[in-house]
Design a protein around this ligand. Structure first.
Ligand SMILES: [Zn+2]
Ligand SMILES: [Zn+2]
Length: 377
């Protein structure tokens, strides 16, 4: 059983006593930082005697984030061709210092943003876990496809697979700009989990909407991920059958309309790239299309599913249908949209306890969605 010591994945600020502001990273060649982190790692492990993993990971970082730019850190990073050079050197040293005292503990470090690329010569120690993060990837195309947006990640995972004994992945499975809008990755998930297994990945964290009831396919996605992670050898047909079984059980008599919706949105989505902070227009590849017509068709499928649903399944259908209602609002709202329509949608979000739009942003207490419509479309 895996047990974690400590409380937050971006652990270096807490261990080194430095700033938690994103993009601020401690100096990893400063002996005082090393001593401080080692001391804190030891005391954390002492207070978590059953822990098998401790995270010694960079602070959070935006796309433009960099590591420490001092002369010593840069010398290692330039030699290794990646800022992971100084980070992994540091992590290996910590792992080496604790290995005799804690032979069952792994030191986990993120290969994330600016540290995603593997170093040229430094290799992770046997008791180090590399947790490679797919945050920049495109998820309308699978990782093994020829999507140019996944090319670098593919190269990185191949490089890590060659040198890591313990390769984990932190993968992203929903839209983090809006948890509720369509994110048609259900088919791609199948390919991606198998892709990870094929690249020696032995630990997988699939991050979705972890803060609110889903108004999209959160439940279905979690179910499908559990199934494919349990048995990554299943055929695509088996995966589809499992999905159908869920849809029928969860949405009732009109489930085939929802399956059709999934197929249609997956097809649309394949027409462009889809990152985890993209808009609904991008996720459904609607540029240059008859948006009213496409949304109308998708809405009709949910309407049919609702009409077919009995009392037991109605709420599930209605809650998941909020994805298209909210998508429509973002795409087609104008001054003529009736206030009653906005109020109705808002009432449904409340009814189903959908409290978060995105990481760190609550659904505003405003039935007219003033801020989202002005700023977040
Ligand atoms: Zn430095
Ligand atoms: Zn793509």
């Amino acid at each position: 059983m895996i047990r974690y010591a400590g409380d937050f994945v971006h652990s270096l600020p807490g261990l080194a006593g430095t700033s938690r502001e994103p993009n601020v990273q401690p100096c990893l060649t400063d002996p005082a930082v090393y001593e401080k982190v080692l001391k804190k790692v030891r005391s954390t492990l002492k207070s978590h005697p059953k822990a098998t993993i401790i995270s010694v990971s960079q602070n959070d970082s935006y796309a433009d984030g960099l590591g420490c730019q001092c002369e010593n850190c840069r010398a290692i990073d330039e030699r290794e061709g990646t800022p992971m050079g100084s980070l992994l050197t540091f992590v290996n040293k910590i792992a080496d210092a604790i290995k005799d005292e804690y032979p069952n503990v792994y030191v986990d470090t993120l290969a994330y943003r600016y540290t995603r690329k593997a170093p040229k010569t430094v290799k992770p120690a046997d008791n180090v876990i590399i947790r490679l993060c797919s945050i920049e990837c495109c998820f309308s195309h699978d990782l093994d496809s020829d999507c140019p947006q996944n090319e670098e990640f593919k190269r990185d995972i191949e490089d890590w697979a060659k040198i890591s004994k313990n390769l984990f992945v932190w993968d992203y499975t929903t839209d983090f700009l809006y948890y509720i809008i369509p994110f048609p990755n259900l088919k791609v998930l199948y390919d991606n989990v198998r892709f990870f297994v094929d690249h020696n990945v032995t630990g997988l964290f699939e991050q979705g909407n972890y803060q609110s009831v889903s108004g999209e396919f959160g439940e279905l996605r979690a179910y499908m991920l559990a199934k494919i992670m349990w048995n990554p050898d299943m055929s695509e047909r088996q995966y589809e059958r499992i999905m159908d079984d869920f849809l029928e059980g969860y949405y009732g008599a009109g489930w085939q309309y929802i399956k059709e919706y999934i197929n249609k949105t997956s097809e649309l989505s394949a027409g462009s790239h889809m990152g985890i902070y993209d808009s609904v227009k991008q996720n459904l590849s609607l540029e240059g299309k008859d948006i009213l017509g496409v949304i109308g068709e998708l809405e009709a499928l949910w309407r049919s599913a609702l009409e077919a649903a009995d009392e037991e399944h109605y709420a599930n259908v209605e809650r998941s249908s909020l994805q298209i209602r909210y998508a429509k609002l973002l795409l087609l709202w104008d001054d003529d949209t009736s206030p009653a329509e906005l109020e109705e949608l808002y009432g449904l979000l409340k009814k189903y306890n959908i409290t978060r739009f995105r990481e760190g942003v609550s659904v505003p207490e405003d039935p007219y969605f003033t801020t989202p419509l002005a700023e977040w479309r």
